[in-house]
Design a protein around this ligand. Structure first.
Ligand SMILES: Cc1cc2nc3c(=O)[nH]c(=O)nc-3n(C[C@H](O)[C@H](O)[C@H](O)COP(=O)(O)OP(=O)(O)OC[C@H]3O[C@@H](n4cnc5c(N)ncnc54)[C@H](O)[C@@H]3O)c2cc1C
Length: 536
């Protein structure tokens, strides 16, 4: 069994018992090029570690290149990001029209009877009481026993989302939920910028045109359209898909994931939201991709992520508008192209790439901000350890690459296990044979009726998603023997009583408030020092 401890950090600008440590070797000046979410999250993470130790951190942002302006859902790790900075939900959430997220409903990805819809829950301490039963039933069902194995009935988060409740129990109810958030991406960027400036980060509005390389092939300086030459000890590329430093200047090779993730474009549109506010993202399979529906306090964010191999931007926009009842509305849509994959070296010479410049896996599980957060935080750990040689670069890059590959494999599983036959797009996804060895092993174990837990724990895929997420996706998509071939369970297989699980979770549910009410009175952070989450 694996547990994760979620720490509620108390904010301190730097550690060291009040005595300031010197900054890491040779690090006096950091220049971050790009002022999107990646630029400001990185600036805040670096500011916490280094600013009081005399390191100057400057964000350069082009006055003419806009931020991407999408990216409105998070994983639960974003909570740790704000906690580590000492920023309360009551402060940032209203400023960003933010809502709570208990997980994601996947609708229409599977056509298998009883499995047309399922919920990928965020973990909760209550799962400690129902996870064993879930995994037991799933393993019995893959071996042909007719027991209940759809994930939704086993998880409190699924019930919270179904009831539009917030994952915020009072402190007297000692079961915390590892929730994520939805937010307005532009407002989040502005909030992070304000915080970073308050904490001493400098800002310069200028368009970087060129980077000059030094004799070792690292970056010597960057030139701006405004006529300035700027130098630093470390350059951070947060220029989004432009990849101005990591790609254009350093020519870092890029590994495309296009042969197993076909989507390369998106169209986004807002729509009105009513009185009641859901606490989940809904991801609905459409003809050539999927649509997100993200609730904010003032609107829904919607988008259609699709593949241009199968569908034109005009057809995608029409399909999305039809779905939202906005065919004749004058709400304008935003069309975006996506480059799916990752660079080989996120830390290359004296340049670190963070955000879309380092790579992107399509937004199905809303993981991009997590990559930003982890890349910046792990990089700080490497700097603090003082080991900046080639071997450290390699270890760092391997760690980030494995995270990318683990997440990619989880996203690929959504497509590979689909059972739709309505379009070439879905048939091509199901027929896709470009699978990692980890995934092949996982699917084989599942089809042979074995536990997948040991394999997930040992392999790269387990570094991105815990065992229960793998059981949830495979069970939620209904990857089980055909219903007509199921047999009566043995007494051991049928040892858990679903009515007891329903009873336990329904009794717990009353401790969680209505989502809209909770947003109107956001409570302060819980005081627990650490919250144990059971990940299997
Ligand atoms: C369709 C879609 C949906 C998404 N959904 C999610 C989601 O639900 N959850 C999630 O976590 N992520 C999501 N993402 C990803 C998320 O939007 C990004 O990871 C996040 O916004 C960070 O972007 P960024 O800062 O790297 O780049 P950008 O926002 O593009 O910012 C780039 C910055 O670089 C600056 N810049 C560019 N060129 C220059 C130059 N020459 N000189 C100076 N400055 C320059 C720009 O001015 C801008 O400030 C989604 C992405 C897409 C495409």
């Amino acid at each position: 069994m694996t547990t994760a401890t979620l720490f509620n950090y108390s904010y301190r600008a730097q550690d060291g018992g009040g005595k300031l440590q010197p900054p890491p070797a040779n690090l006096r000046r950091i220049v971050i090029v790009g002022g999107g979410s990646a630029g400001w999250m990185t600036a805040l993470t670096f500011a916490r570690a280094f600013i009081e130790r005399g390191v100057e951190i400057t964000v350069l942002e082009s006055p003419t290149v806009p931020t991407i302006g999408v990216g409105e859902g998070s994983t639960p790790w974003l909570r740790g990001f704000f906690d580590s900075l000492g920023i309360e939900e009551a402060q940032w959430m209203p400023a960003c029209h933010a809502t709570y997220k208990c997980g994601i409903t996947f609708d229409g990805w599977s056509t298998r009877p009883g499995f047309e819809r399922y919920f990928h829950p965020f973990a909760s301490m209550l799962d400690n009481l129902t996870m064993t039963q879930f995994v037991h039933n799933v393993e019995a069902r893959i071996n042909g026993a007719d027991v209940h194995a759809h994930p939704d009935r086993f998880f409190i988060a699924a019930r919270l989302a179904a009831g539009r409740r917030a994952p915020k129990a009072p402190e007297s109810f000692p079961f915390d939920i590892w929730h994520g958030y939805h937010f307005d991406a532009t407002l989040l960027g502005q909030f992070l910028q304000r915080k970073a400036l308050e904490r001493g980060v400098r800002y310069q509005s200028c368009h970087v045109t060129h980077a000059t390389l030094d004799a070792q092939g690292g970056i010597a300086s960057v030139d701006t359209r405004e006529g300035e030459r700027i130098t630093a000890d470390l350059y951070v590329d947060c220029t989004g898909f432009a990849g101005l430093l990591i790609d254009k200047a350093l020519r870092t090779p890029f590994v495309s994931f296009a042969n197993n993730l076909f989507n390369d474009a998106a169209v986004a549109l807002p729509s009105p939201i009513g009185e009641s506010i859901p606490s989940e993202t809904v991801s609905t399979a459409l003809k050539h991709g999927w649509a997100w529906k993200i609730p904010l306090t003032n609107r829904y964010g919607n988008g259609y992520v699709y593949s241009t191999q199968f569908c034109s931007p005009e057809a995608a926009e029409t399909e999305l508008r039809q779905r939202l009842g906005l065919l004749d509305a004058d709400t304008s849509a935003r069309h975006l192209k996506m480059r799916i994959g990752r660079v080989t070296r996120h830390w290359n010479k004296n340049c670190l790439a963070v955000g879309l410049s380092q790579g992107f896996i399509e937004p199905l599980e809303a993981t991009a901000l997590l990559f930003i957060q982890q890349t910046a935080a792990v990089f700080v750990d490497f700097l603090e350890a003082g080991d900046l040689g080639e071997a450290a670069h390699d270890r760092f890059n391997q760690q980030v690459n494995e995270h990318f590959e683990g997440v990619r494999d989880y996203i690929v599983t959504h497509y590979k296990t689909n059972s739709r036959t309505d379009t070439d797009y879905w048939r091509a996804n199901a027929a896709n044979r470009n699978l990692s060895d980890d995934l092949k092993r996982l699917y084989s174990a599942w089809m042979e009726g074995k536990s997948i837990a040991p394999g997930v724990r040992q392999q790269v895929i387990g570094k991105a998603y815990p065992v229960f997420s793998w059981y949830s996706i495979m069970a939620g998509m209904g990857i089980f023997p055909e219903p007509h071939s199921l047999r009566a369970p043995t007494r051991k297989e049928a040892c858990y009583n679903m009515a007891e699980i329903d009873n336990l979770l329904e009794r717990s549910l009353v401790n969680y408030p209505d989502h809209r009410d909770a947003l109107a009175r956001i409570p302060p952070r819980r005081t627990d020092d650490s919250l144990q989450i059971y990940l299997w």
